[in-house]
Design a protein around this ligand. Structure first.
Ligand code: FES
Length: 320
């Protein structure tokens, strides 16, 4: 018999989650506000339902041209590694599983806050550091089911080697590379850094302010293909194909303030819907962008999702 929380979670759509995450935003530490939105964009309920309710999930994956690691159940303990609160994941997983088994009641947002508050008091940390990652825990429980989710987290470092404080990280996202002594002469072609795995040192490349991110990433000649087969050899860490907003391969989450990146053009906005990467666009902004359309006006921190595909086909039955 499903518990009350399981029943409630089974009714949540991506739109419901969008409202819940917006409601929770003030309670989430700034270090994880965008990251929480990004996580729910990377692991949409729409995709989970399409695959779990299909008679032939492999056929659905083929029709949506899914590539990469798109099943949350295969990455329960690693999907949230870009959240600062990820360091508390084993405890959060245990606490959320207990809430699921206890059949707690109340809205999802209320239950997330209750679990985060109780755990924060036990760990003696600020509740705001746990609210985003606890929301991720509830989202993961929805897609994996209580039996699987109740298993203990595997042994891993869980980002604990990421030594910076949350406030330090937020401040670093605001900062840009120094201009140097003659910086005023470089105002036209200023160079910035793009960090694509904030929790790991050495994961950045340079971009000139007129370049799109995928073109700049291609200068990073390290072997990213072995780590993620979607990356083309010698074309950098961001998976890329068309570079014209046509294929949806290059979507990324943006952790930096929106003032440091170019605004989406109409074509990009239209294509989000086609790709199914809409995210939360109520105020015209989105936590996800197409890197091939994205220019940097300062240092930028992004997250590369583990999969891509054409989710928009689920809303268009005529689309083959
Ligand atoms: S590379 Fe195809 S949409 Fe960006």
């Amino acid at each position: 018999m499903p518990t009350d929380l399981e029943k409630l979670l089974s009714q949540q759509s991506d739109g419901d989650w969008a409202k819940t995450i917006e409601e929770l935003q003030p309670a989430i530490h700034p270090v994880d506000r965008s990251a929480t939105r990004i996580w729910f964009s990377f692991f949409p309920v729409k995709l989970f339902r399409a695959l779990s309710e299909a008679e032939d999930p492999a056929a659905v994956a083929k029709r949506l041209i899914l590539k990469g690691n798109y099943l949350l159940r295969d990455q329960i303990d690693s999907s949230a590694e870009f959240l600062y609160g990820y360091r508390y994941w084993p405890e959060v997983r245990k606490e959320v599983a207990a809430a699921g088994a206890a059949g707690s009641t109340g809205s999802i947002a209320t239950q997330i806050r209750a679990v985060a508050a109780s755990l924060a008091s036990r760990l003696r940390i600020d509740e705001s550091l746990l609210t985003g990652i606890t929301a991720v825990g509830f989202g993961t429980l929805q897609q994996t089911g209580l039996e699987v989710f109740s298993q203990p987290a595997g042994s891993a470092n869980y980002g604990r080697s990421w030594q910076k404080s949350p406030d330090q990280i937020v401040a670093e996202r605001q900062r840009d590379d120094g201009k140097g002594l003659f910086g005023f002469l470089k105002s036209v072609d200023r160079e910035f850094s793009v960090n694509f795995r904030e929790q790991e040192s050495g994961c950045s490349f340079k971009v000139v302010n007129s370049q799109d991110l995928t073109m700049a990433a291609a200068a990073d000649q390290r072997d990213w293909h072995t780590k993620d087969s979607r990356c083309r050899p010698k074309e950098g860490p961001i998976p890329v194909e068309c570079r014209t907003a046509a294929c949806g391969t290059c979507w990324v989450g943006v952790l930096s303030p929106t003032g440091k990146i170019s605004e989406p053009n109409q074509r990009e906005i239209d294509r989000w819907k086609y790709f199914g990467y809409e995210g939360f666009t109520a105020d015209g902004s989105s936590p996800v962008r197409l890197a091939c359309q994205l220019k940097a006006y300062g240092n930028v921190t992004i997250v590369i999702p583990p999969w891509h595909g054409l989710l928009g086909k689920l809303d268009d039955p005529s689309a083959k």
